[in-house]
Design a protein around this ligand. Structure first.
Ligand SMILES: [Zn+2]
Length: 217
């Protein structure tokens, strides 16, 4: 085993400082360790082995099965696989204006949130990270439902048109443009092309044009 050292400084004759490759049997100056482990890799070191993709998928499946995270059904809706992965489907008909379900989940204060994109903004102070089934609602530029604020800390999903049984329930995410904003493939006739609010589409097309220019240069 060899340690590769980063060059720290030109000064001194100490092999550590000269960026010399050390062998395991080389003696280190008294009281010195080969390199300082940053805190993040320190936690990684604790793990015996980084779980591989397959192993992670297997573990996730087990968790999903035990806790019912990715399957849900009641008399009104069900979560199942569709064209674009998991989605929420109507188990019965919903009429325009009809309440579909309450969106429940974890409340998170704005200032220390750095999680998923799927969080919903409740007000200036709180986000709501939805649980099943709302966590699996997909986006469409031509939605058949919309979110309404029920109380200060809860949201509800309401049908905005007739939703036939078996059809997917979707709403308009209206994301703020951000790094990695996905292109929309909802297939609606009025698809805006990006999963952003209508008034932000021009920003996305602009940044795409800029990126194209850069690659040409
Ligand atoms: Zn679309």
């Amino acid at each position: 085993m060899t340690w590769k050292l980063k060059r720290v400084s030109e000064k001194g004759s100490d092999p550590l400082r000269r960026g010399k490759k050390l062998n395991k049997n080389d003696s280190l100056p008294k009281g010195q360790t080969p390199f300082r482990i940053p805190s993040r890799s320190a936690t990684l070191c604790k793990m015996k082995k980084k779980p591989g993709k397959k192993r992670r998928e297997k573990l996730q499946k087990k968790v999903d099965k035990t806790h019912g995270l990715r399957n849900y059904h009641d008399d009104d809706v069900e979560v199942r696989k569709g064209k674009y992965g998991l989605g929420v489907y109507a188990a019965r008909q919903f009429l325009p204006g009809e309440f579909v379900f309450e969106v429940t989940g974890q409340l998170l204060p704005h200032e220390n949130y750095n999680g998923s994109d799927y969080v919903m903004e409740l007000n200036e102070q709180w986000y709501l990270e939805p649980t099943t089934p709302a966590a699996f609602l997909n986006h469409s530029c031509s939605p058949n439902s919309e979110l309404v604020q029920l109380t200060k800390h809860s949201l509800g999903l309401v049908a905005v048109c007739n939703i036939e049984p078996e059809s997917e329930i979707v709403f308009d995410y209206q994301w703020e443009p951000h790094e990695g904003t996905p292109q929309c493939r909802c297939g609606a006739l009025n698809c805006r092309g990006w999963v952003v609010a209508a008034d932000s589409v021009h920003k996305m097309t602009k940044s795409k044009k800029k990126a194209r220019k850069k690659t040409k240069m």
